[in-house]
Design a protein around this ligand. Structure first.
Ligand code: HEC
Ligand code: HEC
Length: 188
C-alpha cells in the first residue's frame, strides 16, 4: 500500500510538472508581474529606454527592439531623413545612443521566445524595415479579415500593433491581451 501510494504520488508530481510546462508554452502575459521558475522568457523584452520612448514614440507606438533584427535597426537609424516618407532625423549623439540601445536589444540579441521565432523565420541576408512585413508576423495574422485591420478606422494597418495588443509596449502578445477595436476580445 505504501509503495502504491508513493508511486502514485510520483506519477501525480510528474504529471503536474508536465502540465505546468505545457501551460507556460503560450503564456507571455507575465512580463509585467514577474516570472515563475517554469516559465520561459515571455513575448519580447518590454521597452525600457526613456529617450527612445520620447524620440520614437511621438508618431506611433514604441516598437520593442526585440521585434526586429540588428541589421534592420541599423538600416532604419541610418535613413531617418526619409523614414517611410517622414523626416525623423535626430541629433547625431542621440541617434548613436538609440542605435546602440536598439541593436543591443534586437531580436538577434534577445533570448525572448517571440524574438527567437522572428529570427528563425528570416533568412540571414534579409533585414526588412517593417515588423509588419516579417514572415512570422505576417503568418500570425493571415486569417484576420481586412474589415478588422486596414478597413477598421481604429486600427488603420497591421503596423498599429498596440491597437489590438494592449500589452505590445510591455512586450506581451498573449491572446489574453488581445482586444480588437469594434470587435472585442479574441477567442480563437
Ligand atoms: C515624424 C513621425 C515619425 C517619427 C518621429 C518616427 N517614426 Fe517610425 N514611422 C513613421 C511612419 C509614418 C511609419 C509608417 C507607418 C505606416 O505605414 O503605417 C513608421 C514606421 C515605423 C516602423 C515600421 C512599423 C511596421 O510597419 O512594422 C518602425 C519599426 C519605426 N517606424 C521605428 C521608428 C523609430 C525607431 C523611430 C525613432 C528613431 C521612429 N520610428 C520615429 C513615422 C515616424
Ligand atoms: C487588427 C488587430 C491586430 C493588429 C493591428 C496586430 N495584431 Fe497581432 N494578433 C492579432 C490577433 C487577433 C492575433 C491572434 C491570431 C490567431 O490566433 O489566429 C494576433 C497574433 C499575434 C502574435 C502571435 C500570438 C500568439 O499567441 O501566438 C504575435 C506575436 C503578434 N500578433 C504580434 C503583432 C505585432 C508585432 C503587431 C504589429 C506589427 C501586431 N501583432 C498587430 C491582432 C492584431
Amino acid at each position: 500500500m505504501k509503495i502504491f501510494l508513493s508511486v502514485s504520488m510520483t506519477i501525480f508530481g510528474l504529471l503536474f510538472i508536465g502540465w505546468q510546462v505545457l501551460a507556460s508554452v503560450d503564456d507571455d502575459s507575465d512580463s509585467h508581474s514577474g516570472k515563475r521558475w517554469w516559465q520561459p522568457q515571455p513575448g519580447v523584452a518590454p521597452v525600457a529606454n526613456a529617450t527612445y520612448t520620447t524620440e520614437c514614440g511621438s508618431c506611433h507606438m514604441v516598437y520593442p527592439p526585440g521585434l526586429l533584427p540588428a541589421e534592420s535597426w541599423r538600416a532604419m537609424m541610418a535613413g531617418l531623413d526619409d523614414h517611410f516618407g517622414e523626416n525623423a532625423e535626430l541629433e547625431p549623439s542621440t541617434n548613436q545612443s538609440l542605435t546602440n540601445y536598439l541593436v543591443s536589444n534586437s531580436a538577434d540579441a534577445s533570448p525572448y521566445r517571440r524574438s527567437r521565432k522572428i529570427i528563425r523565420s528570416l533568412s540571414a541576408s534579409t533585414a526588412p524595415l517593417r515588423i509588419s512585413d516579417l514572415p512570422y508576423i505576417r503568418h500570425e495574422h493571415d486569417e484576420l479579415p481586412a474589415r478588422l485591420v486596414t478597413e477598421n478606422p481604429d486600427v488603420g494597418s497591421l503596423s498599429n500593433c498596440v491597437a489590438c495588443h494592449q500589452g505590445a509596449e510591455r512586450g506581451s502578445f498573449s491572446e489574453r491581451d488581445i482586444r480588437i477595436p469594434g470587435f472585442g476580445r479574441w477567442d480563437d
